[in-house]
Design a protein around this ligand. Sequence first.
Ligand SMILES: N[C@@H](CCC(=O)N[C@@H](CS)C(=O)NCC(=O)O)C(=O)O
Length: 215
Amino acid sequence: MDTSPLRLHDYWRSSASFRVRIALNLKGVPYQSVPVDLLSGAQRRPAYRGINPQGLVPALEVAGATIGQSLAIIDWLDHAYPQPPLLPADPLERARAMSSALLIACDIHPINNLRVLRWLKDDLRVGEAERLRWVAHWIDAGLAVLESQTGGGPFLAGDLPGLPDICLVPQLYNARRWDVCLDFYPALLAIEARCLAIPAFAEAHPDRLPDAAIL
Ligand SMILES: N[C@@H](CCC(=O)N[C@@H](CS)C(=O)NCC(=O)O)C(=O)O
């Protein structure tokens, strides 16, 4: 059996990396962080493309293999370390939880990530104000639906924190980075506060990482 530690290639402020750090902490699985400095373009260099050809973080090295895509990494973790489960067992509740997670991970996050915003600026010559409108528009479009779907439970998918909360907390962090007003989302903010009271979430927060001070 391979006992080498899991190596997480991540970046302190990356929302997708933040998701994986939360999941690893919830599972209590130790890992070694390998920072990839997105601002200097380290993700696009051949050394990192050899690890993740997409040139994105996170990537998890496990037993000589590499997994890209945060939700695939979390899915692997949930199967390799089943406790605590990150999705409900009931098929319908599970589908609903997946739906909330995917709303964030597929429909908000990818169109606002660094490479898209850089392309808008450098290739399409979109100005700063318009780019901020773009970001806020897509964040609001997703969060408004998510807010309307909260069921009054402590977390997005019921009584335990799970995959949708793992996606929500980094997305709200990201929204604040872009000065998006979150006043319209009181239910989501209450869930976020509950999550951040849990050490697994709090300790994964970008502001708690050593790189936050130096990069
Ligand atoms: N769908 C991917 C998204 C990964 C992603 O967009 N990562 C961002 C950081 S949050 C990144 O590496 N950006 C680098 C870039 O855009 O050049 C996942 O969930 O892992």
